[in-house]
Design a protein. Structure first.
Length: 229
């Protein structure tokens, strides 16, 4: 059983001890997602560095790719890297078709979707919440049927962090994925503060708008070095 599956089982059975164990293991070994892959060179980078997840953006963004483009890139990914598709207010049909065409392992939703929207999806769902206030975090507690909660800044993909003080003492009943303004310099502090299941980065490992091999390497090394402490 995968780590995500174990986390989901803990949440859905209401097993407090399992949820606590999940939080402790997440702090010890946060997973890494490199998002916004657009070029064959990006795939070469992640195949060398082996993050846990690679993200393809299908939502409006300068990093947006078509399902056909994502399929070609995903087919070249190493088997150890899971494929994540990022969507925002797309039709269910588009999401499901892209998931099949691209062989997605996880569906990540960044729009105003509700639980009725993702009910019955055949893949795990990560639901993003843009953190602008404590009210946004309070609303996140009412999400149902998700496999992870992703906390992001109000402008996802901008390289800007949300106010970490808003969320640092919150306790969510889902595995936590932390995004928004992460980079090789601040990711260790972020993990120590939030103890997330995973960290998600895009702009923070780019130079002049494209993925930077050395920044990706430093980001992953810093996360994994922390897990060895």
């Amino acid at each position: 059983m995968s780590a995500v599956s174990k986390n989901v089982r803990a949440v859905r059975t209401g097993d407090a001890a399992a949820r606590a164990a999940t939080a402790r293991s997440a702090a010890a070994a946060a997973k890494v997602k490199i998002c916004g892959l657009m070029r064959k060179q990006d795939i070469d980078y992640v195949n060398k560095l082996i993050p846990d997840y690679a993200g393809f953006v299908f939502a409006p963004s300068r990093r947006r790719v078509s399902p056909g483009e994502a399929k070609r890139m995903a087919s070249d990914l190493g088997p150890a890297i899971q494929r994540v598709g990022v969507f925002a207010d797309a039709t269910r049909e588009f999401v499901l078709e892209a998931a099949v065409e691209c062989g997605l392992d996880i569906i990540q939703l960044h729009g105003g979707e509700t639980s009725e929207y993702w009910h019955g999806f055949p893949k795990p769902v990560w639901k993003a919440v843009q953190v602008k206030s404590r009210e946004d975090l309070a609303q996140a507690r009412f999400l149902k049927g998700i496999d992870a909660l992703l906390l992001d800044s109000a402008a996802g993909g901008s390289g800007k962090s949300f106010d970490w003080n808003l969320a640092r003492e919150c306790d969510f009943p889902y595995p936590l994925v932390l995004a928004g303004g992460l980079n090789p310099e601040n990711v260790v502090r972020a993990i120590r503060l939030f103890k997330p299941f995973a960290v998600d980065v895009s702009s923070g490992v780019e130079t002049n708008g494209v993925k930077d091999y050395l920044k990706i390497k430093r980001f992953i090394e810093n996360v994994r070095r922390l897990s060895d402490e």
